[in-house]
Structure formats: structure tokens, C-alpha cells
Design a protein around this ligand. Structure first.
Ligand code: C5P
Length: 232
């Protein structure tokens, strides 16, 4: 299996499944986020799994420990491959989430979001967090590792340092653009090969694939580039 996760950021199940039908589950996994899940529910996850795809359920749970544990248990029972929570939910919530998934028959990979990339230093200050974003990312990544989660969502820029400091944590990285593609609303982007070189383990890529005329061909070319980069 390749490190590629395709973000199915569609407003409804028919569009998401139509795109999935143009992809090969041997070449990529898929990510289901809040909009698609809120609209289409567990059925869309089951339909993707029935087509052979492993699913990253990107719902970023953040609530009291018992509630998050229940949500994680439900996601694990749905059979997802990966799911996530907010590390800022704190130690007890992270431990409850980890315990909830660990008892499932096929435990999904549980990862954490540290600081949303949409927040800058002024935003953090306003919500009472007096650390710089990079410092807060390191603090929350350390807590994620201490509580036994599998990894973090991070930018490729953060991946290298996290690999050095917390090598056991998987790094799941959005903000990727193959050479020649539009940046869309991503501020800083790296190519797939560069992101892997920086220390990313999994790459989340949406619009370059979902908006392409031939999504399967874009996936195949990304996979070929990654393979070429890894043997270099
Ligand atoms: O279309 P694009 O490749 O920009 O999609 C990236 C995906 O990764 C989207 O689903 C987006 O919500 C997600 N993401 C991100 N930046 C983060 C966290 C998640 O782009 N910091």
C-alpha cells in the first residue's frame, strides 16, 4: 500500500462514491471528513469499504473523555483504518480514546490534531494560550506520544523536527501539491516526494485529485513519483 490518502471533500455520498469509483484501492486510501460524514453518515464509510478502500475518518473528536471514548468505539466498530481527536482535549480524553479503540477486534490507528493550521499566534493568544504555535505543537505532540496514540496530523514543515524528537509518532501530512498544480487555499505546499523526505509517513491530498479530469491518472503519477523518490 502507498502513503497516499485522498481527501474526499464532497458535499454528498453520490459525488464521493463517483470519485472513489475512478480510483484504485490498491493505490490509495480515502479520507472522510465532517461535511461528507454529517450529510451521508456511516453508510458512506461502509460503501467505500465495500469498494475495498481503507478509510481515515477525519472527525477530530474533542469532548469529555467518556463522550470521546464512545465516539471512538463507534468509529472502530465501523471498521475505519484511522481516526482522530484533538490533542487539546487533554490527557484523560486521549487515554480514554486510546483505550476505547484498543479493545476493538481490529484497532484503527488513532492520531491527534495538535494546533489547527488556521490558527496563528494572535488567535492562540486570544483563546488564552500564550505559547507560540510551534511550541504548542511540540507540547501537544509530546502529550500525544505519552498517552500512547499512534501519530499526529502535522504540516510537512513540522514533520522533520517531530521525527527527530518523537520518532515513534506517525506523521500524517496535508498541504501537498504535485509539481504544476494550483495551491488552492493552502499557504505553504510541498510536493509528495519532498514531504516524504521531510519525514511525512502519510500524505493527505484532495483537490489536485478530486478536481482532476482524470483522477486515476493523477494518483498513478503521484504514486510513481513517490516510488521514484524513495529509491533515490
Ligand atoms: O484539497 P487539499 O489537498 O488542500 O485537501 C487537504 C485536506 O487536508 C482537506 O481535507 C483539509 O481539510 C485537510 N487539512 C488541511 N490542513 C490541515 C489539516 C487538514 O488541509 N492543517
Amino acid at each position: 500500500m502507498t502513503p497516499l490518502i485522498v481527501a474526499l471533500d464532497f458535499p454528498d455520498a453520490p459525488s464521493a462514491l463517483a470519485l472513489a469509483d475512478r480510483l484504485d484501492p490498491q493505490q490509495c486510501r480515502v479520507k472522510v471528513g465532517k461535511e461528507l460524514f454529517t450529510r451521508a453518515g456511516p453508510a458512506v464509510v461502509e460503501n467505500l469499504q465495500a469498494r475495498g478502500f481503507q478509510v481515515f475518518l477525519d472527525l477530530k473528536f474533542h469532548d469529555i473523555p467518556a463522550t470521546v471514548a464512545g465516539a471512538c468505539r463507534a468509529a472502530a466498530e465501523l471498521g475505519v483504518w484511522m481516526l482522530n481527536v484533538h490533542a487539546s482535549g487533554g490527557r484523560a480524553m486521549l487515554e480514554a480514546a486510546r483505550e476505547a479503540v484498543s479493545v476493538s477486534a481490529a484497532p484503527p490507528l488513532l492520531i491527534a490534531v495538535t494546533v489547527l493550521t488556521s490558527l496563528d499566534a494572535a488567535d492562540l493568544e486570544e483563546i488564552g494560550c500564550h505559547s507560540k504555535p510551534a511550541e504548542q505543537v511540540r507540547r501537544l505532540a509530546a502529550l500525544t506520544a505519552e498517552t500512547g496514540l499512534a501519530g499526529v496530523v502535522c504540516s510537512a514543515q513540522e514533520a522533520g523536527q517531530l521525527r527527530q524528537e518523537l520518532p515513534a509518532l506517525l506523521r500524517v501530512t496535508p498541504g501537498i501539491r504535485p509539481a504544476g498544480f494550483a495551491r488552492d487555499d493552502q499557504r505553504r505546499v510541498l510536493t509528495p516526494a519532498a514531504a516524504l523526505a521531510q519525514g511525512a509517513d502519510y500524505l493527505v491530498i484532495g483537490r489536485p485529485i478530486t478536481a482532476a479530469t482524470d483522477p486515476g491518472a493523477v494518483v498513478a503519477s503521484i504514486v510513481a513519483d513517490m516510488a521514484a523518490a524513495s529509491v533515490r
